[in-house]
Design a protein around this ligand. Structure first.
Ligand SMILES: [Mg+2]
Length: 309
């Protein structure tokens, strides 16, 4: 049982990184054949800011057993300073610079963005998977996911998006990977967990698109594929719920239909990896992933330090 859970924790973190890295390649290799040959040619699969920030959350949970915004902000900041080339959007670096210059809290700097409304970009959801793992049995899952968003994203949609993605990971961990998967049960559970009308209606729409047999490009256009969290996370949920049995098909769906490809791959990959376990992720992709030992070590540390439920 322990080894099964470990395989799914590891699958989640490595799945996130692979979806991110393969999604990044899909910005230039936009068909399945081109993408396969790009992956084959690559010596190393490099992940981007999405996974770097997810690693920061895992690190914070292992070090402190929490995702309190200030310690987490300091870890994000330090990791960004060490690897600023990971493809960060403009929000986090501007927050880090302001904190450094003025000495305010990360969450204060974050809430001042966009005219005081805070960001509703998908940055809070793209990195939240370790919160879904760590609190998968906890009644505090929603609140802890929101806390992990606060150092950079304070808009209600960003908080709800983080919570929905964390819940998707937590649900995936609890489902038997060989059993019958019901897109309806999975997506209706998420719809019930979401607190904003935007997410509730988009998750319902994702289910309707799957049940009505819509094409993947049509589903991506209908659900959205932008950097806004409610216009990208729903298509990642769709990609997993439509292709639950195959990590590869799930990722192709998430990254080959345009838009914010690396982040949609990262979000779908974390859920699929948590559901299937690390051994079901493509071996030739895993072999090329940079820092893969670090992912396995963090997954084991997270699992051994779970909060009492
Ligand atoms: Mg990225």
């Amino acid at each position: 049982m322990q080894s099964t859970l470990l395989s799914r924790f590891t699958g989640c973190l490595i799945g996130e990184a692979l979806g991110d890295a393969v999604g990044e390649l899909a910005f230039s290799a936009r068909t399945r054949d081109l993408l396969d040959s790009e992956v084959e040619k690559a010596e190393l699969l490099r992940y981007t800011d999405d996974t770097a920030m997810a690693l920061g959350i895992a690190q914070c949970l292992v070090e402190s057993g929490s995702v309190a915004p200030e310690p987490l902000g300091r870890i994000f900041h330090a990791n960004y300073s060490r690897e600023p080339w990971r493809g960060y959007a403009s929000g986090p670096p501007s927050i880090f610079a302001r904190v450094q210059a003025v000495g305010i809290k990360y969450s204060e700097a974050a809430s001042a963005l966009f005219g005081g409304r805070g960001s509703f970009g998908n940055g809070s959801a793209m990195r939240v998977a370790p919160v879904g793992l760590f609190y998968h049995k906890s009644p505090e899952l929603y609140e802890r996911a929101c806390e992990s968003a606060m150092p950079t994203h304070t808009h209600p949609l960003a908080l709800d998006g983080a919570a929905v993605q964390a819940k998707a990971v937590a649900l995936a961990i609890g489902l038997p990977p060989g059993g019958a998967f019901s897109p309806r049960s999975f997506l209706e559970a998420l719809e019930g967990f979401a607190r904003t009308t935007e997410f509730r209606s988009k998750i319902r729409l994702a289910l309707d698109l799957i049940l009505s047999g819509a094409s993947d490009p049509d589903a991506a256009r209908t659900l959205g594929k932008s950097v806004a969290v409610h216009e990208s996370l729903p298509f990642s949920l769709y990609s997993f719920a439509k292709y639950p049995a195959s990590f590869r098909e799930c990722i192709y769906c998430a990254v080959l239909n345009g838009g914010d490809r690396d982040t949609m791959g990262a979000m779908a990959g974390a859920i699929s990896g948590a559901y299937l376990g690390v051994a079901s992720l493509p071996g030739e992709w895993r072999e090329k992933l940079e820092n893969s030992v670090l992912f396995s070590e963090l997954a084991a540390s997270l699992m051994h330090n779970l909060p009492l439920s």
